[in-house]
Design a protein around this ligand. Structure first.
Ligand code: 13P
Length: 255
């Protein structure tokens, strides 16, 4: 089973749609420098999805940062999976720690959002990870196990196999701190074991599991060159096309 490495940018609440198009143009000018092999995606705010989708190089996929679980209805401020799919969105981040912690998103909501995303033909990127207190209490494995099981709960083994999971320790996000690559690798392997126990060996062998949290051009390869780490989910360092290209090269070299 070969899993294709994935470099995904999560832009969070940065960039207007015109700034997003500027990123895409600058990346498109240097498309020949984008190595073949890994897969690439960027997830802008909702307001930039349409214009960014039209401007991105063909080899860079479009992703969204959130989705609602109902197909339509009186849900002011929400966007459905079908609406995203209609815009050409391929990936959708679900259960990012900022959604869980700032917007009180529960495991039950994450479960329903993942189900809705898959039903609409999107690939969910299910985020899991412990906060600092949970890490200090040595609860990391139980936290990521619970979040993984909840996220995949309504999926068949085949559906789970095509998902992406992102292991993002909350304390590593935007802090400049990271676990050691060996530590991230160990936790990602235990997430894969959880998938194996629940959805079978074939799903576990196929599901891609990324590392995220303070990934930069100079540390990305130390994570993504490991066989069990299938790529990276990158915040701040994905906002600049030069830095995105440097990370693409680093991921490709480790393939
Ligand atoms: P940073 O790369 O800015 O630490 O953010 C990580 C993240 O939250 C990606 O989803």
């Amino acid at each position: 089973m070969t899993r294709r490495k994935l470099l995904m940018g999560n832009w969070k609440m940065y960039k207007t749609h015109t700034e997003a198009v500027d990123f895409a143009r600058r990346l498109a000018e240097r498309e020949s420098e984008l190595p073949h092999g890994p897969e690439y995606a960027v997830c802008p705010p909702f307001t930039a999805l349409a214009s960014l989708g039209a401007a991105l190089p063909r080899r860079v996929q479009l992703g969204a940062q959130n989705v609602h679980f109902e197909p339509q209805g009186a849900f002011t401020g929400e966007v459905s999976a079908g609406m995203l799919a209609a815009l050409g969105v391929r990936y959708v981040i679900v259960g990012h720690s900022e959604r869980r912690h700032i917007f009180n998103e529960s495991d039950a909501w994450v479960r329903r959002k993942v189900r809705a995303a898959v039903s609409a033909g999107l690939i969910p990127v299910v985020c899991v990870g412990e906060d600092l207190r949970q890490r200090e209490l040595d609860h990391t494995l139980r936290v990521v196990e619970r979040q993984t099981l909840a996220g995949l709960a309504e999926l068949s083994p085949q559906e789970a196999a095509s998902c992406v999971i992102a292991y993002e320790p909350v304390w590593a996000i935007g802090s400049g701190l990271t676990p050691t690559p060996a530590d991230a690798d160990r936790i990602i392997r235990s997430i894969r074991d959880v998938v194996a126990a629940e959805k079978g060996e074939a799903a576990a062998a196929a599901v891609r599991i990324l590392y995220g949290g303070s990934v930069k051009p100079d540390n990305i390869a130390s994570f993504t060159s490991r066989p069990d780490i299938d790529g990276a989910l990158v915040g701040g360092a994905s906002l600049d096309p030069d830095s995105f290209l440097q990370m693409a090269e680093a991921v490709a070299e480790g393939v």
